[in-house]
Design a protein around this ligand. Structure first.
Ligand code: GLN
Length: 532
């Protein structure tokens, strides 16, 4: 293998990888081997990965090398040879899918989520499964039953959440593309904290089949990458109608098509109420203002728009989200799925003990909240008005998009915080104050890195929001910002030339063990689908 084995392939972009494969500078096998060994050497510091998928990576590499040898690289998909990894709420047959919960520890996927299958069909080399907040409840990965991931820019800080492992993997150059899921901000907020491009497409653009459900009317899968072009290529790979998810739709758009067009003539909205929001730090606000100025200089018109009901989004979300989560998580009952506490005389106490021990505190909080909110008498007071608020917010966005092509906003009110710094659940929920209304309305939203904050020196992202099924608008604006700010770097401590690895080598389980069957007492569920 020689020098190629030293290369940090996951720190390269998709185009660079494709060109190297075409020129036979390196093989897909070299990419797979060097990437896995980089994960083993460096992930002890970030804990982005829960397990690696060595066998799948090498099988995929073999297919790509065979195509290259046959002169058929052109027929390989847009992610040929690209190291990819998946949030651990996405099923991949033969691997563990735990949602970072004790409830699903040891669960082996019997099937593959459509978004994962499409990424692999597009030529991605699957490196493994990524850490997250338990069942995607959280904004820091601190609710993971397997310990948090760490922010590659500062290992004493959180990477954001719930897709914190996905953001950390890409920021550390331990994957070129990672998939995450976003119910209220879980792609965009960690993207902002870790300084990566992070895209939540319009609800329905990507199939949810095989992704363990949190809030079915809000969940959407999307990519993390270090360049807009890579994110757009990944969107091309995963978007499209899937007969297995009736909410998915064909958009028939090439997400890379207008990236070079610039923003001249585009109208970009800013929301004064967001810019004046309590809790927005001055360094994040300054970055949004700076990005707006750059866009104006590049020829866009900046227009103020009003979203009068957006301030109610948080309240509506913390009604609708827990209600849907409560229903979706009912299947983890220790009989059909999940951890089983043994030795109980009756089923009732088995349910109670299994769910009490299997779920962590935040999951239990959401389940109890959802159960209360959906109960008779209470439902009319909370759930019904929350749905009405949802309609009002959706109408606000529709009105705004009569005036503008895209909206520019903050992602998170602040940069990455320290572990333990935000301990009150309500304070944690405020991490998503600028992202949640977009899930409520079902629009596309993304985080675009715009350099480091002037106070903390940590990555800041700005949020770009598209009308429904016009995700190409926000990608176009992001590409224009990238001409100013550059593509996202690998975090300094993980840069390929940074020298000594930062942490102890990671002792990662390989998914091959899962295929062989893991003997964990009290676990059931290898024979069914953990839920799409
Ligand atoms: N942080 C939000 C929550 O805890 C959003 C989570 C998500 O998007 N999955 O609900």
């Amino acid at each position: 293998m020689g020098a190629a084995s030293e290369r940090a392939f996951p720190a390269m972009g998709a185009r660079e990888i494709r060109a190297g494969l075409a020129a036979r500078e390196f093989s897909a096998r070299e990419i797979a081997e060097a990437s896995l060994s980089r994960v083993r050497a460096l992930d002890g510091a970030t804990h982005a990965y829960l397990e690696t998928t060595e066998r799948l990576a090498l099988d995929q590499a073999e297919r790509i090398d065979a195509a290259v040898a046959a002169g058929e690289l052109a027929a390989c998909g847009p992610l040929a040879g690209v190291p990819v990894a998946f949030k651990d709420n996405m099923n991949l047959a033969g691997t563990h899918t735990t949602c970072s919960s004790r409830m699903l520890a040891g669960y082996v996927s019997p099937y593959t989520a459509t978004c994962v299958a499409r990424t692999i069909e597009a030529g991605g080399i699957p490196l493994g499964k990524l850490n997250m907040d338990e069942f995607a409840f959280g904004s820091s990965t601190e609710t993971s039953a397997f310990g948090p991931s760490k922010n590659p820019w500062d290992l004493e800080r959180v990477p954001g959440g719930s897709s914190g492992g996905s953001a950390a993997a890409v920021a550390a150059g331990l994957a070129t593309v990672a998939l995450g899921s976003d119910t209220g901000g879980s792609i965009r907020q960690p993207g902002s904290f870790c300084g990566t491009v992070a895209v939540k497409p319009t609800y329905g653009v990507v199939s949810r089949y095989g992704v363990v459900a949190f809030g079915s009317s809000l969940d959407q899968v999307g990519p993390f990458a270090r360049s807009v072009a890579d994110a757009a290529l990944a969107c091309n790979a995963i978007a499209s109608r899937d007969a297995l998810d009736c909410t998915s739709q064909d958009v028939g758009v090439d997400f890379t098509a207008n990236l070079a067009e610039g923003v001249r003539g585009m109208r970009i909205g800013v929301v004064p109420a967001f810019m004046d929001a309590q809790g927005l730090t001055s360094e994040v606000k300054a970055k949004v203002v700076e990005a707006a100025e750059h866009l104006r200089a590049l020829g866009a018109e900046i227009v103020e728009v009003d979203l009068p009901n957006a301030q109610a989004a948080m309240s509506a979300y913390y009604v609708l989200g827990p209600c849907e989560a409560f229903s979706n998580l009912a299947r983890f009952d220790s009989v059909r799925y999940g951890y089983r506490d043994l030795g109980h005389a009756d089923l009732g106490s088995q349910y109670e003990a299994s769910r009490a021990k299997g779920f962590g505190p935040e999951a239990r909080r959401r389940i109890m909240l959802g159960s209360y909110l959906l109960s008779a008498g209470v439902y009319e007071t909370y759930y019904y008005p929350a749905q009405q608020v949802r309609t009002l917010i959706t109408q606000d966005y529709a009105r705004a998009y009569e005036l503008v092509d895209c909206i520019l906003a903050p992602v998170s009110p602040r940069t990455a915080f320290r572990f333990g710094e935000v301990s009150d659940p309500t304070d944690m929920y405020l991490s998503d104050m600028f992202t949640i209304s977009i899930n409520i309305a079902g629009n596309g939203g993304m985080s675009m890195p715009v350099g480091l904050g002037s106070n903390t020196g940590l990555p800041v992202g700005v949020q770009l929001v598209s009308p429904q099924f016009k995700d190409e608008n926000m990608l176009r604006v992001a590409a224009a910002l990238e001409t100013v700010y550059g593509s996202a770097p690998v975090a300094p401590g993980f840069a390929p030339d940074a020298g000594e690895p930062l942490g102890r080598p990671a002792a990662l389980p390989d998914a091959a063990q899962a295929v062989a069957g893991v003997d964990l007492p009290g676990l059931v569920g290898a024979d069914g689908k953990a839920g799409e």
